[in-house]
Ligand binder design. Structure first.
Ligand code: HEM
Ligand SMILES: Nc1nc2c(c(=O)[nH]1)N[C@H]1C(S)=C(S)[C@@H](COP(=O)(O)O)O[C@H]1N2
Ligand SMILES: [Mo]
Length: 533
């Protein structure tokens, strides 16, 4: 089988595998079939934010007068060449959008029928820019004689979020289903973030995985079925390692990029709270791979990547070298902050790839494959890639853009408190974090009280993180006389490679809004509160 086809077959297998295992048989039965459909390559992706609102050219306006029977629409289901969906009484051909869909191929569940029941569940869609995208694919209307009260009769759909856990009310929720929630900034002034307020970033629901039924399969790319491990195996058969590591979403500070550049991006508008730091414990992944039969001293040359599959259908990969180096501390984490991992953070096992963007630390991981090529998933090939400020979704060369692994240096202000200095004069204390990817230590944090004209250095807090490299953020504080109301305080950090942050977001704007790491500027108001950041 040619390499490409083999990869595709593996991908299809993986999707089907998870579909069968799922606890949502109704939803997934349809999805297992849809998994076999891979959108044809070479389709022109469409713009997200820049999509026109009104129908465009004359011929297309005419074509939207077409009327379709529900039976015909049903034939454009998950396994057809041209999947269609219905919204209201309108019919859309979504073929060209599938490849671009930020939620991946799960979209095919709605093919051949109405999208509304899914959007009631995946509330992230109920906004203008999503409606605008859909309008681009309008091809006609449902035959009125097939409608009941002007609508398609809806079949009931189980709620895949029914299993989501209750969450700490202080989390700053951006979307509820799937849950995307920032840590409150006031909590990010502790070196270890409490589990309950550790930021949550889900693409889907929280899968329910029992600790007794949990199984992890490792397939080392030799065509065998792979070796399977229970949770107990992972905990008792291998030495357990502890690291402290920061996870940061690629979208952290996207809202600052939007505001700073005056240009919108697609994706959740995270502030500075899509980052947290915790202690993680579990076996080194390399030890488990060795046990599964991989020659870790001399791995076959063609094997270059390790792909992780989550129970929720999410998957992504990292380079094999990263995993095999014992000093890179890549873990199968079974504990977070000295307790079993919480459901939101990957119970019972998550991969922890320290120093890489958090998207690679796959939660609820149940299958690991060693591959010749990167993961072909949405989250490897589409999301989590950076582009130039002139490049647009519809024209970029997705395949040649590298996906984000290590992340650049970052810092943010998380608190501004009023204080008294030693002479009893009015002063303020600034607090914040600084972090760099790849285990590069933060060596300096620079503060300006006059929007970048003059600078001095913050005090780095003396924490002792565990692990071979600087996987944890450095917290810092800075005390100074209170600047006049209306002035801007600014932070930027420098890492051990002497990388620093850009001064503004305009030149690093990218349409996905990833890696927003320009200087963080905060206006001092007359009333100083933590929540004015
Ligand atoms: C043609 C119809 C659809 C369109 C135009 C569409 C469009 C989008 C867009 C623009 C986003 C990104 C939102 C953002 O990050 O701000 C998104 C995310 C998502 N969509 Fe859809 N969608 C469609 C159908 C569906 C269906 C039917 C499902 C589920 C069965 C689905 C599941 C998801 C999921 C899980 C995400 C979340 C990804 C994330 O958190 O990053 N979508 N969709
Ligand atoms: N299985 C699975 N793993 C996942 C995700 C997901 O949606 N599903 N999200 C990824 C992303 S984009 C981020 S930022 C981190 C968030 O981890 P947290 O929720 O523990 O903070 O998990 C990563 N791993
Ligand atoms: Mo993320």
């Amino acid at each position: 089988m040619p390499k490409g086809e083999k990869l595709l077959a593996k991908q299809i297998y993986a999707w089907g595998f998870r579909a069968i295992k799922s606890l949502l048989p109704g939803l997934f039965a349809a999805f297992a079939v849809s998994a076999a459909v891979i959108a044809p390559a070479g389709n022109k992706p469409h713009l997200l934010a820049e999509a026109p609102i009104e129908p465009r050219v004359h011929e297309e306006v005419i074509s939207t007068k077409k009327v379709f029977k529900l039976d015909e629409i049903r034939e454009h289901g998950p396994d057809s060449d041209r999947p269609w969906i219905i919204k209201g009484n309108k019919v859309y051909d979504i073929t060209e959008w599938i490849e671009c869909h930020p939620g991946g191929k799960v979209i095919l569940r709605a093919a051949g029928s109405a999208v509304e029941p899914y959007w009631d569940i995946f509330s992230i869609h109920k906004k203008e820019d999503v409606y605008r995208i859909l309008e681009q694919y309008l091809i006609g209307h449902v035959d009125p004689s097939d409608l009941v009260d002007g609508e398609v009769p809806k079949s009931s759909i189980e709620d895949p979020f029914a299993n989501d856990p209750a969450r700490d009310p202080s989390l700053v929720t951006l979307t509820d289903r799937p849950c995307n929630a920032e840590s409150p900034l006031s909590e990010l002034t502790s070196f270890i973030t409490k589990t309950a307020v550790f930021y949550v970033r889900h693409h889907f629901w929280v899968p329910s995985v029992g600790k007794d039924s949990y199984k992890m399969t490792i397939d080392i790319g030799d065509g065998s079925d792979g070796k399977t491990y229970t949770l107990d195996d992972l905990r008792s058969k291998f030495p357990q390692h502890t690291i402290t590591a920061t996870l940061q979403c690629s979208g952290n500070r996207r809202a600052h990029m939007n505001e700073g550049s005056g240009r919108d991006t697609s994706g959740l508008k995270w502030g500075a709270g899509a980052i947290s730091n915790a202690e993680w414990r579990g076996p080194l992944l390399r030890d488990v791979l060795k046990d599964a039969g991989l020659d870790i001293a001399r791995p076959p040359e063609e094997l270059q990547h390790v792909e992780f599959f989550g129970e929720d259908t999410y998957s992504t990969s990292v380079p094999l070298d990263k995993v095999l180096d014992p000093r890179q501390d890549v873990l199968l984490a079974c504990e977070m902050n000295r307790e079993v991992i919480s459901p939101d953070h990957g119970y019972p096992v998550r991969v922890l790839v320290p120093g890489s963007t958090a998207a690679r630390s796959v939660k609820w991981v149940n299958r690991i494959s060693i591959l010749e090529e990167e993961s072909q998933s949405q989250w490897q090939q589409r999301d989590y890639k950076g582009f130039g400020p002139n490049e647009m979704r519809e024209t970029v060369d997705w395949d040649n853009a590298p996906c984000i692994q290590d992340t650049p240096v970052q810092s943010a202000i998380t608190g501004i408190r009023s204080d008294k200095d030693t002479d009893g004069l009015n002063s303020i204390v600034l607090e914040g974090y600084a972090f760099s990817g790849g285990g590069r230590k933060v060596v300096r944090v620079d503060i300006s009280l006059d929007n970048g004209q003059t600078w001095s250095q913050a005090k780095l807090m003396p924490d002792i993180p565990k692990g071979h490299k600087a996987w944890s953020w450095s917290l810092w504080t800075y005390q100074c006389p209170r600047p006049p109301a209306g002035s801007y305080v600014v932070v930027k950090a420098v890492d051990e490679a002497y990388n620093s942050q850009p001064d503004s977001h305009g030149p690093i704007w990218n349409f996905r809004g990833v890696l927003a790491n320009a200087w963080h500027r905060v206006r001092i108001d007359s009333i100083i509160q933590n929540d004015n950041i």
